[in-house]
Design a protein around this ligand. Structure first.
Ligand SMILES: [Mn+2]
Length: 586
């Protein structure tokens, strides 16, 4: 068993001093110490609104209404303190006692915007508008929710109403204009996509070869340098090594910029490796090796570096799987993308990357990555290059254990059903983990071969429907069956759906990311669906821990959680225009 198994000192209030000997031991310990966070996290994933006590329901009308107002005031305080789940709970109780007050729904919608439950926010804002057709905040929140899920056309009529109701409000006017501009840009991009001749990667490569387009590094450049490739054919592509990556990370930590030449060489190096990979990557965990699964990091570079110190760098016998959403929101997305891509270039077999819903061109236009690329590289060629490379990212990874699993009494009672009574590969009897950014599907019977058959290059962007969109966007729900998505894109899938899918495909558990969990991770659906989120104190405001999973050759999972780190004073989404930022609730 590996001695480099992660510990979780930062999560432990009981001062755990002895390093656990296996992922199994680590998992038990962190379950023991993270109870508070997990309880909070389950509030995020709860689908059922809260119900007030029988006593409160039995109160006379005026007293019930007074009580509802007190609950709303409590909700307001919690909201200001950044406790959006708890605030949402109080507004829900207020609504249950007095469903006639539009502000209760509108305030709950504000919480749902913060929790990225945009579908629910649209529902609540609509209820508020039905109760009061002149309630401009409710129109504004509904518009914000539509914009957040990239439906600016639906946001536009609401913003026009707000502008009419508040004709002197200059920021509303700016937001209306920003939305009209966004609609034009998205339509323009769609129109030119068809006629796009030369691809960004070809342009960049020929620039490197011919020394044009800003690819010559001046002597005054003081950052790390990539050596030329060994022969005439690869000279312009460069040759990466471990020392360069270490130096680059140090340079980034000190606020340094990498010369565009080297950034382009890194992105192309990753691109060549990614293009070779299938849509569903198979990874076997051989005896004595481990793989770490990392969730959303969202441009939080200083947390990302802290995380890498805990996982260790990828190497021949230690793999890292980045499960999507490493860009957007945080203002160091470029630095994270270049680090991940540099490792992909250096260690293509043990640096694995799944695409997230944010590795997509439309999301990048709204949530900051496009603006960050323009600011840090100049021009729009590098963003186009990233867009092209993101299309090459695999959509999922199947991790297979190679040793017999520990089961039943061999594992502590606190282990999930999924671990103690594992569903295994029918042929080998080994545990397998399906790792994907979002989750499962709107129909039954989807097989691993169906996923392998997705032509990700032909589809390009995930769009509004289909297996690719569902892999990137869907979320688990606590209720059985399937339901509409809380976030308004994709769908919710229940524990029965997960179990049936795992049985059909001989998969022990689905490991996914895509949603904040206060404890950094959460074992849901009896452990058959685990959420892993690796951006602690998400957007500098959520107060959550980050986490990663380590899987060994037997297929046992250990969890490590970690806290947010200090970072230079640059806000999330610093590269998004103010008007748009205000509508996205930042
Ligand atoms: Mn996501």
């Amino acid at each position: 068993m590996s001695s480099s198994t992660p510990t979780h000192a930062e999560s432990s209030s009981s001062g755990n001093s002895s390093a656990p000997s296996s992922p199994a031991a680590s998992s038990v310990a962190s379950l023991g110490t993270d109870v508070t966070q997990l309880d909070q996290a389950s509030a995020t994933s709860a689908d059922v609104p809260p119900s007030p006590s029988k006593e409160d329901i039995a109160l006379p009308v005026e007293e019930r209404q007074a009580k509802a107002k007190v609950l709303k005031d409590e909700g307001n305080k919690l909201f200001v303190a950044g406790q959006y789940d708890a605030a949402k709970h109080q507004y829900g109780l207020a609504i249950a006692l007095d469903p006639s007050v539009p502000a209760f729904y509108s305030n709950r919608a504000a919480c749902e915007l913060k929790l990225e439950q945009h579908g629910l926010a649209i529902e609540d804002a609509t209820k508020a508008i039905q109760l009061d057709s002149k309630f401009s905040k409710a129109y504004f929140r509904r518009a914000s929710a539509h914009l957040s899920i990239l439906d600016p056309k639906s946001a536009l009529p609401d913003l026009k109403v707000v502008a009419q109701l508040e004709p002197k409000n200059a920021s509303v006017k700016a937001q209306l204009e920003a939305t009209v501009k966004l609609i034009r840009r998205l339509e323009f991009e769609k129109a030119i996509k068809v006629s796009e001749g030369v691809k960004a990667a070809d342009t960049v490569e020929s620039n490197l070869k011919e020394g044009g387009g800003g690819t010559v590094v001046p002597d005054s450049y003081d950052g790390p340098r990539i050596a030329d490739g060994d022969d005439e054919d690869t000279k312009h592509l460069g040759k990466i090594d471990e020392k360069f990556i270490t130096d680059m990370i140090e340079h980034f930590k000190n606020g340094g910029k990498l010369h565009n030449r080297y950034s382009w060489q890194i992105i192309l190096g990753a691109f060549r490796a990614l293009q070779q990979e299938p849509t569903l990557v198979d990874y076997e965990v051989t005896d004595g090796t481990t793989i770490d699964v990392i969730g959303d990091t969202h441009g939080q570079f200083f947390d990302f570096i802290h995380l890498l110190n805990k996982t260790g760098a990828p190497s021949k016998d230690h793999a890292l799987l980045f499960n999507g959403d490493f860009v957007d929101r945080g203002s160091w997305s470029v630095e994270i993308a270049l680090t991940v891509f540099a490792y992909k270039w250096l260690y293509p077999k043990t640096t694995l990357i799944n695409r997230g819903n944010h590795e997509t061109s439309e999301m990048n236009k709204v949530y900051g990555f496009e603006g960050e690329c323009k600011a840090k590289f100049g021009g729009d060629l590098t963003f186009k290059l990233f867009t092209q490379v993101f299309v090459a990212l695999p959509l999922a990874t199947l991790i297979s254990a190679t040793q017999a699993p520990l089961t039943g009494d061999e594992l502590p009672a606190s282990f999930s059903v999924a671990q103690r009574q594992p569903i295994t590969d029918k042929d080998t009897g080994r545990k397998r983990f399906f790792v994907v950014h979002g989750g499962l599907f709107s129909k039954d019977g989807v097989t691993l071969d169906d996923i392998r058959a997705i032509d990700r290059f032909a589809i390009g962007q995930p769009g509004q429907a289909g297996l690719m969109m569902e892999l990137l966007w869907s979320d688990p729900q606590t209720a059985p069956g399937r339901g509409p998505s809380k976030r308004g894109v994709g769908l919710g899938f229940g524990p029965d759906i997960t179990k049936a899918w795992c049985e059909l495909n001989g998969v022990t558990a689905v490991l996914r990311s895509h949603e904040v969990r206060m404890g950094g991770y959460e074992e849901e659906h009896e452990g058959r669906c685990c959420t892993i989120f690796s951006a602690p104190n998400y957007c500098d405001s959520t107060g959550n821990l980050g986490a990663f999973a380590r899987i060994d050759a037997q297929g046992s999972i250990g969890w490590t959680v970690f806290e947010a780190q200090p970072h230079p004073n640059i806000k999330p989404m610093a590269y998004v225009g103010n008007a748009m930022n205000g509508m996205l609730g930042m």
